[in-house]
Design a protein around this ligand. Structure first.
Ligand SMILES: Cc1cc2nc3c(=O)[nH]c(=O)nc-3n(C[C@H](O)[C@H](O)[C@H](O)COP(=O)(O)O)c2cc1C
Length: 355
């Protein structure tokens, strides 16, 4: 310690203050915040991104009135109202105006986009809502009139007669369970982190199919605040593979690299700042299992919150201030000659507690 003190006195004194202040602060929330303000700025980027997302969300909701995430969330809330037992006579009056505000802009822009089934979903759910709700509330009847006018003045191909409406339905009648537990368990067990891949291109069609499976994952209020950024250009793969830390020793074997990016503008409040990580992780799991079902493999790769790396990744992906990388993934055809870690799992009794 004395040797160290003589060599780098300032650094050591600072370290001592830092350590002691950390111990002193841990029992107090305010002091903990002060500690991170004075000694460790690891949270700065996250705080700024959460704030940027919130401002973006509020601007799109209130100023531009074209907030896609808001429309998805509120369509979801209306669907929940429609499926309640018993269904309430009146619901949604607090948020129907903002919903129709955003519906107007998004409908006008997307009404003929036949590749976006959500446009039909927005319409069908709102139509069902206004067709079944008690219209005696003045705000609801006003918004109903607005909704009908928007659609009348902006006719859409999405409204061509269709057999099924995108509204709450009886699932049991439609979905036959054609995967049994053993098959599913085997698929889960087959998936292992693969780090050695064949030098063989991965058809984009298969990647898209896996993403379509991932797209069926649950997400809070159905907002799906993430995107899969896929790199299959060898030069770009070489660059992006170096950005996280966890690829050393095998990065050169990865033919396709994915970066999952989260969108913090999905939220109007800090309370939801962690939701994008959960939603993206759930989607990633489906994505990896879907790959396995097509004889492709994957390795999740940690995205560390380290300023220098964040900054490089931000410029590489050209991210908005409210977007953040969540995780990376190497994917490809597994090399049968490459070893895979056994990775025995924890016993059931360690990971499960009833009541
Ligand atoms: C969030 C997350 C981050 C990971 N980061 C890395 C990584 O940086 N490098 C790596 O080689 N493996 C990484 N892995 C893979 C894990 O090491 C692997 O999932 C774990 O050892 C269990 O093995 P299995 O996936 O074969 O079941 C990561 C996995 C997850 C879920």
């Amino acid at each position: 310690m004395i040797k160290e003190l003589l060599k780098r006195p300032k650094k050591l004194v600072r370290q001592l203050i830092d350590d002691n202040f950390a111990r002193l602060s841990v029992g107090s929330r305010k002091l903990s915040v002060l500690y991170y303000f004075l000694f460790d700025r690891s949270f700065d980027r996250e705080i700024q991104a959460v704030l940027a997302g919130k401002i973006q969300h509020i601007d799109e909701a209130k100023k531009n009135k074209n907030n896609y995430f808001l429309l998805v969330r509120n369509t979801h809330r209306i669907e929940k109202g429609l499926l309640m037992k018993p269904r309430r006579d009146l619901f949604g009056k607090e948020y129907i105006t903002e919903t129709i505000d955003s519906f107007e802009a998004i409908w006008k822009l997307g009404k003929d986009d036949n590749d976006n089934a959500q446009i039909k979903w927005f319409y069908d759910v709102l139509n069902e809502y206004f067709s079944t709700i008690n219209l005696s509330h003045p705000n609801i009847s006003k918004e109903e009139a607005r909704f009908r006018l928007i659609v009348k003045e902006n006719p859409s191909t999405a409204l061509e007669p269709h057999t099924t409406k995108s509204i709450p339905y009886h699932r049991a009648k439609q979905d036959a369970n054609n995967v049994n537990y053993t098959q599913f368990y085997n698929l889960c067990k087959q998936r292992r982190s693969v780090r050695w891949f064949l030098d063989r291109p991965v058809p984009r069609e298969l990647i898209d199919k896996a993403i379509l499976a991932a797209n069926q994952a649950p997400s809070a209020c159905n907002r799906q605040p993430f995107e899969f950024r896929v790199f299959d250009d060898p030069e770009m793969v070489k660059n992006v593979v170096k950005l996280p830390m966890g690829t050393s020793g095998y990065g050169h074997s990865i033919p396709v690299m994915i970066v999952l990016v989260g969108n913090l503008d999905a939220y109007f409040d800090e309370r939801d700042r962690h939701v994008m990580y959960i939603d993206a992780s759930l989607a990633s799991m489906s994505f990896m299992l879907a790959l396995e079902s097509m004889n492709l493999s994957s390795c999740s790769i940690n995205w560390p919150d380290i300023e220098a790396r964040e900054s490089k990744m931000h410029s590489f992906l050209n991210l908005k201030p409210y977007q953040r990388p969540i995780m990376c993934m190497g994917i490809g055809y597994p090399d049968p000659d490459g070893l895979v870690a056994y990775s025995e799992k924890r016993p059931l009794h360690q990971i499960r507690k009833y009541n």
